[in-house]
Design a protein around this ligand. Structure first.
Ligand code: ZN
Length: 469
């Protein structure tokens, strides 16, 4: 807003005042605005025990100040979890196309001041870095998304599809009030969309200072956990017999160690290997091209399976993570049990995994149980329109950077949106060091320049997606 007072100022002075506000649209101003939002979000502690509600109020104030109607800003959450608030805001479009939904979690992993070099809940700039809990997971991305939305609003941009942004609670630490899940189950109308953008699960990566790729996440491995147990009547250790539960379960675990799940490629992982090959050379490049092709060469599969990072993209995995048995040094064990944690390629059923585990155990004395049933999260189709928009921006902002669809081995809130029938894409323009991942760790940080570029990228992507046919 230009006050009457400015009319009495000299032309140059007035121009200076006008261009100083974020409404002016100059790039530097939006960088400053974005930084200010980031500072505010970081400095409101939203660890699991504290919750996200206070952050949602700060965001609501920003949105109101930017001109969003109160009716387009919803603050809501499960009544029995007052600290696990969510905020849903809508930038209205012409309605020609179905909405896009952005999701961004507001909670952060715990951080102890004594573990850190700086106060984790103060945004600290040092040597080109911004330190603070959440700078990369994911208050940095939340700040970018919010800044982009406010900037579009201030510019009077009318998209062809509504742009909905949901800032949500309880993504980390297996919370019981996950915002995305709760919104989809209780307020589907508010968040229903053609597709979802989740900056939390996208990845821009560089190595040795050189930008490598922008990964668009289309799928996640599913998480399921089983138990193997065997029992016996026990007895004195001086009188051992063959029915020792430890031997039975240990035998099954030893066979699991030798087992490898069959090769299971998806549209995403095939495309991933084809494109990732371009960043490699020699044998690895040839192997990736082979695996990305129509009929992978078994020796290429063998070589890539020997490396953990590529093996986990080629197949499901199950691994023993806990083992327990026996009560006393001089007694035959009455019980032995192992926990088997599985990460499966989308599309593989619980029944199929159970059959494989029973076949591996190959022992009627070893009983299989379900400890954690799968979170079903189907693969989202590789959407060439979204890939195309990201490629266009990457070509312009970071020439030579590959845009690659990928499946991640861990889980994000996209598991809930995919399970809810919404194709979901992890897209994030924040470049991070491939060899220095500080998410959830001490001295979490984002580069000043990386954050500024993220602000530009988020704005341009949101604007493009608003009219993408
Ligand atoms: Zn996260």
């Amino acid at each position: 807003m230009i006050s009457k007072r400015s009319m009495f100022l000299s032309g140059a002075m007035a121009a200076l005042l006008v261009s100083a506000g974020p409404g002016a649209g100059a790039t530097e101003d939006w960088h400053a605005f974005g930084r200010d939002v980031l500072k505010q979000l970081i400095e409101i502690n939203s660890e699991h025990a504290i919750g996200s509600t206070e952050v949602t109020h700060a965001i609501a104030d920003r949105l109101t100040a930017a001109g969003f109607a109160r009716d387009d800003i919803k603050l809501l959450g499960p009544p029995d979890h007052p600290t696990k608030g969510n905020l849903v805001v809508r930038l209205k479009g012409t309605g020609k196309l179905k909405p896009v939904l952005y999701i961004g979690h507001l909670d952060v992993v715990e951080a102890e001041r004594t573990d850190w070099s700086y106060d984790p809940f103060k945004l600290t700039e040092k040597d080109g870095w911004l330190y603070g809990r959440g700078t990369i997971d994911m208050k940095g991305q939340d700040a970018s998304t919010l800044t982009a939305l406010i900037r579009l609003k201030k510019e009077g941009y009318i998209p062809d599809r509504d742009i909905i942004v949901a800032f949500t609670a309880d993504e980390e630490a297996g919370g019981d009030a996950n915002g995305v899940d709760w919104l989809l189950k209780n307020h589907r109308d508010l968040v229903d969309a053609e597709f979802v953008i989740n900056p939390d699960s996208g990845e821009g990566r560089y190595k040795n200072g050189h930008k490598l790729y922008l990964g668009i996440q289309t799928s996640e491995k599913e998480y399921m956990t089983f138990g193997w147990a065997a029992t016996d009547k026990g007895g004195h250790s001086s009188r051992p017999g063959p029915a020792n539960p430890i031997y039975h379960v240990a035998g099954a675990v030893a066979r699991l160690a030798q087992y490898r799940f069959p090769l299971h490629l998806t549209d995403t992982t095939r495309e991933y290997f084809s494109k990732r090959a371009e960043l490699e050379s020699g044998q690895v490049k040839a192997d990736m091209l082979s695996v990305g092709g129509a009929s992978p060469d078994p020796t290429a599969v063998e070589r890539l399976s020997a490396v953990v990072e590529t093996n986990i993209l080629l197949r499901s995995t199950c691994v023993a993570t806990q083992f327990d048995g026996g009560r006393s040094e001089s007694a035959l064990p009455e019980l032995a049990k192992a926990v088997i944690q599985c990460r499966t390629v989308p599309g593989e059923t619980q029944a199929w995994i159970e059959k494989i585990l029973n076949d591996i155990a190959a022992d009627p004395a070893v009983k299989l149980s379900v400890i954690y049933p799968p979170d079903i999260s189907p693969e989202s189709p590789v959407d060439l329109r979204i890939m195309g928009e990201a490629e266009k921006l990457a070509r312009d902002m970071w020439p030579g950077v590959a845009v690659i669809p990928f499946m991640s081995a861990g889980a994000s809130d996209s598991a809930f949106s995919r399970a809810g029938g919404l194709p979901s894409y992890g897209v994030d323009g924040t470049f991070q060091d491939l060899d220095d991942d500080r998410a959830h760790g001490k001295d979490e940080r984002v580069g000043v320049e990386a954050f500024n570029q993220e602000l530009d990228f988020s704005y341009r992507l949101m604007k493009d997606l608003g009219r993408m046919k």
